[in-house]
Design a protein around this ligand. Structure first.
Ligand code: KG4
Ligand code: ZN
Length: 337
């Protein structure tokens, strides 16, 4: 079973051919970070235009690399949401035309479900029930996953997404966009105890379930901007600032995830989304998992960030439930799991 996956929800134009829902036959990705870099974030109109300009080449290259004729593709899967409406529509329109021309089923896939199943690409078998932490530029969501396709949102950021906080912190240090990888790199050389930043809402209230696993990152961002200003330019504090900031984000994400795993008595924790590529988060989460007695499953760093292979994996699991979309598939910019 060969599935062609297509992903254009944000600023990466991606296509992949995946066999039997787990083996990557080929993948191709065109990033637009150069286009959006000078604006400090993704500009929706430019993202749509970028996808229009590259999608044909990206899909052709993925098929070429796979060494298969397009006729060998059994189904076409495309991200239908959540994401930027215009950007999503480029991938959807392309996928529709492709599926129609080939006479193959078209499947609209939820991007977040893609992030949840991404560890399968590194050979992991997902065991349910699980807690999934999806942390990216647009999402900081904790899910209780009862089984594939059955998700309950149990916590989320009440303001900024963790990736957004990384991007803003990086931009404040003049590190460019996307900022997460830059803070990760710089923070590794710094002392995380020199600047201690607030960890908003980190303690899990023992009273009531409502809001118990929610998070907040905007206060941290404000504290960071203030600390950068006070430390002055070029005094060698940047690595320590980055390390302190990163540690604060990591602490919040880990406390909430560990608390959720304990509350729901699950032994499986799945991480996904761009911020799951963060080296410090990966190390500390893995250490905590050993202490707390759960297993943490991590995608490879390059499959934490947006990619099309994860969309094909989700489609494969959906296909067994026979849930194919029709050609009137539309973009769902705010599609929740
Ligand atoms: O999942 P993703 O590629 O796109 C969205 O769906 O948003 O995530 C992108 C986000 C950006 O905010 C980026 O700065 C962050 O993930 N990110 C990281 C790292 N790599 C990417 N954040 C922290 N550490 C990293 N190594
Ligand atoms: Zn994403």
């Amino acid at each position: 079973m060969l599935i062609l996956g297509i992903e254009t929800s944000c600023d990466e134009t991606a296509a992949a051919v995946v066999s039997d829902g787990r083996v990557i036959v080929s993948e191709e990705l065109a990033t637009q970070s150069g286009v959006h870099g000078k604006y400090g974030g993704v500009v929706p109109e430019l993202a749509s235009r970028g996808h229009v300009e590259t999608i044909d080449r990206v899909v052709s290259r993925a098929l070429e690399k796979a060494g298969v004729d397009s006729g060998a593709v059994n189904a076409v899967a495309v991200t239908a949401g959540p994401g930027l409406a215009g950007a999503l529509l480029v991938g959807i329109s392309f996928a529709k035309a492709f599926a129609y021309a080939l006479g193959r089923p078209l499947m609209g896939i939820n991007h977040l479900e893609g992030h949840i199943v991404a560890p399968i690409l590194s050979g992991h078998e997902l065991r349910y029930p699980a807690i999934a932490l999806i942390v990216s530029g647009g999402h900081t969501h904790l899910y209780y996953v009862e089984a594939f396709g059955r998700y309950r949102l149990i916590g989320r950021t009440i303001d900024d997404a963790a990736g957004e906080a990384f991007d803003k912190a990086a931009s404040c240090l003049g590190l460019g966009y996307p900022g997460g990888p830059a803070i990760d790199h710089l923070g590794a050389q710094g002392d995380s105890t020199r600047f201690v930043f607030p960890r908003p809402m980190m303690r899990v209230s023992p009273h009531g379930v409502h809001g118990r696993f929610d998070m907040s990152f905007s206060g941290l961002k404000t504290a960071f901007v203030k600390a950068v200003r006070e430390s002055g330019p070029g005094n060698g504090a940047h690595a320590d600032l980055a390390a302190g900031f990163q540690q604060a984000v990591v602490d919040v994400l880990i406390e909430k995830t560990v608390a959720a795993a304990g509350f729901y008595k699950v032994r499986e924790v799945i991480l996904g989304g761009g911020v799951a590529a963060n080296s410090r988060l990966r190390v500390v989460m893995t250490e905590r998992a050993v202490l707390e007695g759960f297993r943490v499953v991590l995608p490879t760093p390059r499959h934490c960030t947006d990619n099309a292979a994860m969309i094909a994996v989700a489609a494969f699991h959906r296909s067994s439930a026979d849930l194919s979309s029709s050609l009137d598939l539309n973009a769902e910019p705010s599609w929740s799991l």
